[in-house]
Design a protein around this ligand. Sequence first.
Ligand code: SAM
Length: 332
Amino acid sequence: MVEVRSVPCMNAGNEAISYANNSLLQKTVILKARLILEEAIKDILMSKGFPASFNVADLGCSSGPNTLLVLSEILDTFYGMCQQVNQKSPEFQVFLNDLPGNDFNSLFKSLPTFYQNLKKDKGDQFGPCFVSGMPGSFYERLFPSRSLHFIHSSCSLQWLSNVPENLENNKANIYMAKSSPPNVYKAYLEQFQRDFSSFLSLRSEEIISRGRMVHTLSGRSIPDPSSKDCCYLWELLTKSFLELVDEGLVEATKVDSFNIPYYNPCKEEVREIVEKEGSFNLDKLEIVEVNWDPSDDPSNEKNKIGIIGLFPFGDFALHCVSGNPRSRALDF
Ligand SMILES: C[S@@+](CC[C@H](N)C(=O)[O-])C[C@H]1O[C@@H](n2cnc3c(N)ncnc32)[C@H](O)[C@@H]1O
């Protein structure tokens, strides 16, 4: 198990600066991964049939509209399947996980409306659905052994459990950057390898035989870790910090010593870790490009050029991992 020491939580509430109001990009990611999610759930139902109770966990759920959007996608898939094969719907037990500092209060307050809408849209015969919060780090055990059919996360696993060690010489950078010494790249990659391996091993205890996981995380589309593909956003933020230093508002030593616990892996790195760790078969590993500006209309040529001009490598690469556990002695 890995203790999470330094990962900040998303801003709470519904204010202008809240995560709930600033998560359009992540919403786009969820929508892009929709088909993979649907396929994974259908695979479970094909191989196991409809269980009496279907247990789901969304890891790094945060708070705001995206959290319940994922849940709606899962329930929509079930609803469609139940109609298609004329099958009684299972009951749903849904665990929303995030770090203990997450705004679970806002999330819980939105549940009565969610339940009402579910009943209105899908009728009394569907579900019921029982949602609960599961505070804790996904780098630790969260659930009883073999208790979950489906494990999902979106835009969460790029957050490391900790800032990598030995980054003292990454001065005037807050992440890997072109000017970072080679040990910085190595330290970030090794931290991601440790964290992601540990995540897979922990989840393999919690998932049932022939269960499925779908994870989307912010990544890079090419192996070069110094490419603008993953570093550009943080370089912009670094520039802003350095301007504050120039203006005497922030101490230079603070910027020198600050590093973000975040890593954008490339496809090959993800594949290697999954294969080496060995608990899961990898069904699918895809990269999907998402525009940094989610409000940008992709059909608008002018906007497109504007975005390309502003962010030459500004697309955000996304990995979708869908896996099922390897050998399992116990079936659900
Ligand atoms: C960018 S938000 C994504 C939220 C949501 N899944 C979405 O798609 O909008 C990343 C979330 O991961 C959570 N997170 C980061 N590290 C975590 C950890 N070790 N355990 C649980 N949650 C974590 C953060 O607190 C944050 O809420």
